[in-house]
Design a protein around this ligand. Structure first.
Ligand code: OAD
Length: 229
């Protein structure tokens, strides 16, 4: 059974209507990373940060998984393949598309986290700085999102899976944010073949053994059909 580790980024959800970060009309054109995606930004203006993620949560809830998400779920269901999806995305379109084995390394919009006691619980549709933690009562509620300067989740599990993989595939990510951007080099170092599926060449495209470029809803189902033949 072939073990495949698949890294996904905003590009896989783009055709579901969710904005990417670094496109000309991307989220980082309208919002400063320092303001909405760092612990310092949250400390300075928690209401602004909650408004930003409340809007992301509403956009994700209104979106539906696309053919690329569904193709990865079909690959996971194929008995010849053991699939782990490691996503940088904070939407839940992989799960709603049918994938089960998913690591959200940058956290999830559907989670709330208490800054004071680290208790986690399902996020309401709209979060506010005055929300109290159901465990300790502190009014220090934040979205369960990994911000710049924080350690992404489950890195030891991800690196172990990468080292043991038969193939590493990167889908819909620009390759700008570490440690995810380093997975292709980590995989190569472990002798694991690498494939990029992205709209355009990513920052690290030359590190991949093979790269295919086009919209995820076309190139991901085509690749899955090819390897499940
Ligand atoms: P980016 O916005 O940096 O990159 C999205 C990539 O998807 C680009 O390379 C696009 O060319 C590609 N793309 C766009 N539409 C596509 C389509 N229809 N099919 C296939 N590819 C498409 O987003 P990420 O690489 O995911 O982190 O960004 C990584 C991290 O940076 C995010 O998780 C977020 C952000 O800052 C945090 O907020 C901590």
């Amino acid at each position: 059974m072939a073990k495949i580790v698949i890294l996904t980024g905003a590009g896989i959800s783009a055709e579901s209507g969710i904005r990417t970060f670094r496109a000309a009309d991307g989220l980082w054109e309208e919002h400063r990373i320092e303001d909405v995606a760092t612990p310092e930004g949250f400390a300075a203006d928690p209401a602004l940060v909650h408004r930003f993620y409340n809007a992301r949560r509403a956009a994700a809830a209104a979106a539906a998984p696309n053919a690329a998400h569904r193709a990865l779920a079909a690959l996971e269901a194929d008995p010849q393949h053991q699939v782990l999806v490691v996503t940088q995305n904070v939407d839940d379109l992989h799960e709603r598309g049918g994938s089960h084995n998913v690591i959200h390394m940058h956290g999830t919009l559907n989670g709330a986290l208490c800054h004071a006691c680290e208790h986690r619980w399902p996020a309401p549709a709209v979060m506010a700085p005055t929300d109290a933690c159901p465990a300790c009562g502190a009014r220090a509620t934040r979205p369960d999102i990994v911000w710049f300067g924080e350690m992404p989740y489950r890195m030891e599990d991800i690196w172990a899976a990468l080292r043991a993989a038969d193939l590493f595939v990167s889908i819909g990510t620009s390759g700008n944010v570490y440690p995810a951007a380093g997975f292709v080099a980590d995989a190569r170092h472990a002798g694991v073949p690498t494939l990029e599926l992205n709209l355009e060449p990513s920052a690290g495209t030359r590190l991949f053994d093979e790269a295919r470029h086009g919209p995820a809803t076309q190139i991901v189902p085509a690749w899955v059909a090819e390897i499940c033949r």
